[in-house]
Design a protein around this ligand. Structure first.
Ligand SMILES: [Zn+2]
Length: 170
């Protein structure tokens, strides 16, 4: 089922999520809904709070359905290793049309559970490393402008407030 994407400043996006303890049908449905909603919104990653579910689950698919091996579900993910630096443009489905260059680690190792509850370890570089860091931030209640300088973050928040006033912010 396609669900609406939650938009900033909804408080669910700014709170840490709860760890998943049951690996059941409900979790599988959640992951399937997240993929559907992400594909509809043309994103490459989505975190559960972005469809209104405060759970530690994220889905990523850099190829947007082109390569089945790119389809990742991460339950209770944690970054266990970071190295290097990259500075690239980043956006977020919960902050439509807002983009900025965000400094992230160039390579990360992530530990997570799959839909069966089995622990897996994944490694990502470049865009995949960026997606891991962006999505895991979501699960900790952090949005990408919070990774910018106070000046840049304030510019973005001011822009959003202006759009809210004119009714252009959805
Ligand atoms: Zn996002």
């Amino acid at each position: 089922m396609i669900r609406d994407i939650v938009i900033y400043p909804d408080p669910i996006l700014q709170r840490p999520t709860e760890r998943v303890t049951e690996f059941n049908e409900e979790l599988r449905t959640l992951a399937a809904d997240m993929f559907e909603s992400m594909y509809k919104a043309i994103g490459i990653g989505l975190a559960a709070p972005q469809i209104g579910v405060p759970k530690r689950v994220t889905v990523i698919d850099l190829s947007n359905q082109k390569k089945p091996e790119d389809k990742l579900v991460l339950v209770n993910p944690e970054i266990v290793h970071k190295e290097g630096k990259q500075l690239e443009d980043e956006g977020c489905l919960s902050l439509p049309d807002i983009r900025d260059k965000v400094s992230r680690a160039a390579k990360v190792k992530v530990k997570a559970q799959n839909l069966e509850g089995k622990w897996i370890e994944l490694e990502g570089t470049d865009l995949l490393a960026r997606a891991f860091q962006h999505e895991i931030d979501h699960l900790d209640g952090i949005l990408f402008p919070w990774r910018l300088s106070a000046l840049k973050r304030d510019l973005i928040l001011r822009k959003i407030r202006k759009l809210q006033k004119t009714g252009e912010w959805k």
